[in-house]
Design a protein. Structure first.
Length: 143
């Protein structure tokens, strides 16, 4: 049984947003986001193939969720993926204002499908390394 539930939505109609919810005096938290417009803009700016768009969109959404927990607007968090798949890797960074940017090393990689309508993002990314860095204004970022 929940005694207190607080939900905050930063939303303009038709735009992207982040939803924050807390319960049990802040001991339970949940975050969710819609990033459709951010992903569309990335496709437009970088001329992404469908698989590159799906992979970059997922990584940007994840980093935005992590950035939603940053305490100060100038704090930032970034993710770097280096991999052996056709995409070769991606880099994404976001700040405490929920500003995000990202790129794919091979943005026009060929799209393969698991079945009709289901893009094989895992095969396109492949195996590799993921590095997460959080910069909160100290001399060195947390890696």
């Amino acid at each position: 049984m929940t005694k207190d539930v607080k939900i905050m939505i930063n939303q303009d109609p038709g735009s992207d947003y982040i939803v924050r919810a807390t319960a049990y005096n802040g001991t339970v938290r949940a975050l969710a986001c819609r990033t459709t417009e951010i992903c569309r803009e990335a496709v437009r700016l970088h001329n992404l193939s469908p698989v590159a768009a799906a992979a970059l969109g997922r990584l940007m959404s994840g980093i935005l969720l992590l950035a939603a927990d940053l305490k100060h607007p100038d704090d930032s968090i970034s993710a770097i993926i280096r991999s052996n798949g056709p995409l070769q890797g991606m880099t994404v960074a976001a700040d405490g204002r929920s500003t995000v940017r990202g790129l794919v090393i091979a943005p026009t990689a060929e799209t393969t499908y698991i079945r009709p309508g289901k893009i094989d993002v895992g095969a396109a990314v492949g195996e590799g390394s993921l590095t997460i860095m959080r910069d909160i204004g100290l001399k060195e970022p947390y890696v």
